[in-house]
Write a protein that binds this ligand. Structure first.
Ligand code: ZN
Length: 168
């Protein structure tokens, strides 16, 4: 249970960090184009809303180190693209689908954590916090003798319905 909870927590916070990172990269790429140095015949870039993977980049676009430039006056791209040419081929991958998938997955992780938290609240004593796991639904708390949440709720429902609470 503890390991599962630790995994859930790291997915929750790791996912949130990834969402922030991807969103920053995606939005930032509308203003700045970043191009990697050439690795063999490959060059990678991030700009105009997408990642680029170029093979055989032309001599004019080969840089010895990381290179970045302002690109806010260029069009922004939403879709995948594949280009071929005599000198260079390029594969362009938009960032927003990755951001969307990460956002949805992280949303589920947050929701799962919230549900687990609520379950833990329900399955522990309202008064002293003692874990009620393994106890019968109507059993009083072995630590402090408080009535279980289910019994309190049933009593409240009975009161609301106009009948006297019945002791279990
Ligand atoms: Zn208790």
């Amino acid at each position: 249970m503890r390991i599962r909870s630790a995994v859930r927590k790291s997915v929750k916070w790791g996912g949130a960090a990834l969402v922030v990172g991807l969103a920053t990269a995606w939005i930032g790429s509308a203003w700045w184009y970043v191009v990697s140095p050439t690795f063999g015949a490959h060059q990678f870039g991030l700009g105009l809303g997408r990642l680029s993977w170029l093979t055989e980049p032309s001599a004019a676009s080969v840089f010895g180190s990381w290179y970045w430039r302002e690109c806010s006056n260029f069009p922004f791209f939403w879709w995948f693209q594949y280009t071929t040419g005599p000198k260079r081929c390029g594969l362009y991958i938009p960032l927003w689908p990755a951001l969307l998938i990460t956002l949805i997955a992280t949303g589920f992780a947050w929701r799962a954590d919230l549900i687990a938290h609520r379950l833990a609240m329900i399955s522990s004593c309202m008064k002293c916090g003692y874990s009620r796991t393994g106890l019968a639904a109507g059993a009083v708390c072995p630590e402090c003798g408080a009535a279980p949440l289910a019994a309190v709720k049933a009593a409240k429902a009975d009161l609301a319905a106009g009948s006297l609470p019945v002791r279990p």
